[in-house]
Design a protein around this ligand. Structure first.
Ligand code: URA
Length: 435
């Protein structure tokens, strides 16, 4: 077999055989197939698509590119959650300790920022000392000891996805249903969780911009999971405006900590409660989503989620003082308040544009391997539906330089739309597919 023939076959819109997919993925993982061929192949997949059988084969080839963990020795059920990627999505930082506070271990392999969407690893690395690179042994020990582990892909777990993910980020090959489904499911299956909640984002700030595509992505991921005996629930959630108020790495960590203290923005808190409730239901700790909601809320009210957060962060080498003292997080040198240019109702905040402008500020990557600037980003003072007067605070930009702040301000104002009429708050969750 030759890589070039497999690329050509997909370019011509033909389905690849299981053997061809496996050959390509194992060859790329070993380094026999170079980045430029993998980039061409990924673009062909993005343009021509894959059928469900190919997508499942791709996920399993990526699982087999490394080791798989067996979590049975940690707990009867280990649950995981994964977002398909959004703007301001710091859900893991709150939901993992919420669920673990109820005695349910959470073991999670996360990714870095991808295109306009932020990544949990980049956020966690903005906590001084936090180590995302764990060996498999350390991964096991951390979840057994602290109830939560969130780390990056080790060289051993789904390494094909680790390589391909970074390549896709900089070759405009992220928004492809088969590539996203196989990327997520390979990590989830390899890391051994028996049950998982997939947070499938829909809207301007998501890779799936329509409910139809998001549903198709959710369905194929549920099907892949079920084929290997995993219990999967998919939450189809809105990503038209950023989630919560903060966008940017340290800013999102700060918002997550505030949420764990019981002072989070309403939309973000509600989103965390929905995801946690589904995780608890899958784990068998809540019979119904309603019971799960009540349990999840209780962990914020009684401080138990915050206590687990501290233990988790300290257990991965991070400075757990962050839970009580946000000043230990790096601060951007410049803060610029952007005010409402007119009176009226805020009708839209284009989440994609906000994600892109935060990448331009430095919070994400333009090229593979670029460092990220943890301190920069934005914090909204108003969300869609808010009524503002001219000059009211709309958002604070955290930037490195005045020039960067000014550029971001122009983009931000262009990303907002206004209405004279009352604007209803947009829905948070469209549907929940319980596999
Ligand atoms: N999250 C992932 O892990 N992979 C993708 O491709 C997109 C979002």
């Amino acid at each position: 077999m030759r890589a070039v023939d497999i690329i050509a076959k997909k370019r011509d819109g033909l389905a690849l055989s299981s053997a061809e997919i496996d050959f390509f993925i194992q060859g790329y993982t070993r380094g026999d197939i170079p980045d430029y061929q993998a980039a061409a192949w990924a673009m062909a997949v993005l343009l021509k698509g894959m059928n469900n059988r190919e997508t499942t084969d791709l996920a399993m080839a990526m699982v087999h590119s490394g080791q798989t963990l067996n979590m049975d020795r940690v707990a009867p059920v280990v649950v995981d959650k994964h977002s398909t990627g959004g703007v301001g999505d710091k859900t893991t930082l709150v939901v993992a300790p919420m669920v673990a506070a109820l005695g349910q271990p959470v073991a999670k392999m996360s990714g870095r920022g991808l295109g306009f969407s932020g990544g949990t690893l980049d956020k966690l690395e903005s906590i001084p000392g936090y180590n995302v690179s764990l060996t498999i042994d350390e991964f096991f020990k951390a979840v057994a000891r602290n109830g939560v582990v969130v780390a990056g892909q080790t060289a051993d777990l789904a390494p094909a996805d680790g390589k391909l993910y970074a390549l896709r980020d900089v070759t405009a090959t992220v928004p492809s249903l088969p590539l996203i489904a196989s990327s997520i499911m390979s990590k989830k299956i390899a890391s051994g969780a028996q049950a998982m909640v997939l947070d499938v984002k829909v809207g301007r700030g998501a890779f799936m911009t329509t409910l139809k595509d998001a549903r198709a992505l959710a369905e194929i991921m549920i099907s892949i999971g079920e084929q290997v005996g995993r219990r999967v629930t998919a939450v189809l959630s809105s990503m038209d405006q950023p989630l919560g108020n903060a966008v940017g790495n340290t800013l999102e960590v700060a918002e997550a900590v505030e949420t764990l203290h019981g002072c989070g923005p309403a939309d973000f808190v509600e989103h965390c409660v929905v995801i946690a409730a589904e995780m608890l239901r899958l784990a068998g700790l809540a019979e119904t989503p309603e019971t799960g909601r009540a349990l999840a809320k209780g962990t914020l009210a009684d401080g138990s989620a915050l206590a687990v957060f501290k233990k988790w962060v300290a257990g991965q080498g991070g400075d757990a003082r962050v839970a009580d003292d946000l000043s230990i997080l790096e601060q951007a040198p410049l803060r610029q308040v952007v005010t409402a240019p007119q009176s009226g109702y805020l009708a839209g905040i284009d989440a994609r544009e906000v994600g892109l402008l935060s990448v331009e500020l430095g919070a994400g990557r333009e090229r593979k391997g670029d460092p990220v600037d943890h301190a920069v980003g934005l914090v909204f003072a108003a969300k869609v539906g808010a009524q503002l007067e001219t000059g009211d605070a709309l958002c604070t930009i955290h930037a490195r330089t005045q020039e960067a702040a000014d550029r971001a301000q122009v983009r931000l104002l262009a990303a907002c739309t206004w209405s004279e009429e009352l604007v209803a708050e947009p829905p948070l969750v469209y549907d929940i597919l319980r596999g």
